[in-house]
Design a protein around this ligand. Structure first.
Ligand SMILES: Cc1cc2nc3c(=O)[nH]c(=O)nc-3n(C[C@H](O)[C@H](O)[C@H](O)COP(=O)(O)OP(=O)(O)OC[C@H]3O[C@@H](n4cnc5c(N)ncnc54)[C@H](O)[C@@H]3O)c2cc1C
Length: 441
């Protein structure tokens, strides 16, 4: 039997907290690991794919994300699939035509080696995360088509007309989140660039003389090529460049563009550092990812019942190689907020005689979660605008190589405040200042 206590506008449940997570991508899976650790919580994850599925190629893991994963699982599982190369994970930023190193982006010196940034690919990363989700928590082939909020909870409605009710719904359903679009119907829009990505065996490129043994990015105005080994014997290529909306409309997410797509890439990079062409020459095909984006949520919670995490809340479209890391931060902040809002039965005189279950103050937890994350995420969004101004300033010198490099170096930022953001410290600060911000409503 379910019982709820209503006191002074806060709702406390005296049975296991019913948590529904929509989406079993990198962020939904991480939230499932974190929230399953809470006492007296029943976590159910719904994923519309028939099984584990992840598209894409490599992924950078940033310091902030690795610190969180270390709290949630044996970090050795991640270290095994992570590649750092010659410069301990530092990206070597190179001039697009000459390949000379014009900037570097190291992790801060004080960061322990095991937390320094690195690269891996998405399939083994998702595998590691899913292997840490409690068995049976994920239900596949469950496509949610809507939701309703009532006194009783959030009712998640599926395409077969079934529904499930939760005290807390965690929307981790990605960029095209149906739940977010109920509240913010702004169009998801093509942002003018396409990412082309591929992972292939590194044996394919071993013969290339002078191929850097690090993670490198070659920069030109508005265009970038990334090359790196990825560990587990794999090599990765990612490039992002502008394509017309008409051309992008012929593509779709993870479309294999075959040899035709590859020829297009070879042509595009013909005047770049020749080492790039040598790598492209070893490939057979390439996958395209037209980059869509949507405005970020300013408030990450709704109705004292719904929390948005990951791309559902802040679709980065690849910016800073930190989208998943930021999603891991959301999952950790939500976990800590719920943990803090839990009153063990023994210390609750009203209920200790009635039930052995814990109590959660979900509205308070969601306020803590929102307050912990939205300042930081707002700052990241601001940074993207600032970067846009810098990019315009740098590209004005496109025809003068020396001046272009000078401007690039002048404006180049390592953004350690973002990559190394300490979510736990932010949560502790939020908690300490609760009387101040909670009073402001
Ligand atoms: C080109 C590119 C490069 C990037 N590089 C990096 C990088 O290097 N480092 C990094 O950290 N991030 C990177 N990112 C960002 C990163 O990929 C995302 O931030 C991250 O994958 C978001 O994970 P998510 O779980 O929030 O969303 P998703 O991965 O989109 O997962 C959402 C899940 O929800 C499911 N779902 C959706 N709707 C429903 C529904 N109605 N019912 C049931 N299930 C549903 C989907 O099937 C999916 O499994 C990059 C992104 C791009 C585009």
């Amino acid at each position: 039997m379910s019982r709820e206590n209503l006191s002074k506008g806060t709702k406390k449940v005296s049975r296991p907290l019913r948590v529904g997570i929509l989406g079993a991508g990198l962020v939904g899976a991480t939230a499932a690991i974190a929230l399953s650790r809470l006492q007296d919580v029943k976590v159910t994850v719904f994923e519309r794919s028939p099984g584990p599925r992840i598209a894409g190629a490599w992924i950078s893991l940033q310091v902030s994300g690795l610190i969180i994963l270390d709290k949630l699982l044996e970090l050795e599982q991640i270290q095994r699939i992570l590649y750092r190369g010659d410069n301990n994970g530092t990206y070597m930023v190179r001039h697009w035509r000459t390949g000379e190193v014009i900037a570097i982006t190291p992790s801060s010196a004080h960061i322990a080696d095991k937390f320094k940034q690195g690269r891996t690919h998405r399939v083994p990363l998702l595998d590691v995360l899913l292997s840490n989700v409690p068995r049976g928590a994920i239900q596949y082939s469950r496509n949610a088509v809507g939701h309703q909020v009532t006194e009783d909870g959030v009712h998640l409605i599926f395409d077969d007309s079934s529904s499930e009710t939760f005290d807390l719904l965690v929307a981790a359903d990605g960029l095209y989140s149906k739940i977010r679009r109920t509240y913010l119907p702004e169009e998801v829009r093509y942002r003018g660039s396409v990412a082309y990505r591929k992972v292939f065996p590194e044996s394919q490129v071993l013969h290339i003389k002078g191929l850097p043994n690090d993670s490198s990015s070659w920069r030109k105005d508005g265009e970038v090529m990334f090359l790196s080994r990825l560990g587990l014997g794999q090599y990765g290529m990612v490039t992002i460049f502008k394509e017309t909306p008409e051309f992008a409309a012929t593509l779709y997410w993870a479309k294999n563009t075959g040899s035709e797509g590859l020829s297009r890439l070879r042509e595009r990079f013909a005047s770049w550092d020749p080492i790039i062409g040598q790598v492209l020459d070893t490939m057979q095909d390439v996958d395209a990812y037209p980059l869509d984006s949507a405005p970020w949520m300013k408030q990450l919670v709704r109705h004292d019942r719904i929390a948005f995490i990951g791309d559902a809340a802040h679709p980065t479209a690849g910016a800073y190689g930190a989208g998943a890391t930021m999603g891991f931060g959301d999952a950790w902040a939500l976990f800590r907020s719920l943990q803090e809002s839990n009153t063990p039965p023994s210390s609750n005189p009203v209920t200790s005689s009635q039930t052995s279950q814990s109590l959660y103050d979900v509205p308070r937890a969601l306020r803590l979660y929102n307050e912990t994350r939205y300042h930081f995420l707002g700052r990241v969004e601001q940074q993207m605008q600032l970067d846009g101004l810098d990019a315009a300033y740098i590209s004005e010198a496109a025809h003068d190589k020396a001046e272009w490099i000078r401007r690039f170096q002048e404006r180049h930022k390592n953004n350690t405040w973002l990559m190394e953001h300490d979510v736990e410290a932010e949560f502790v600060k939020t908690l300490a200042s609760e009387p101040l911000w909670a009073a402001k409503g």
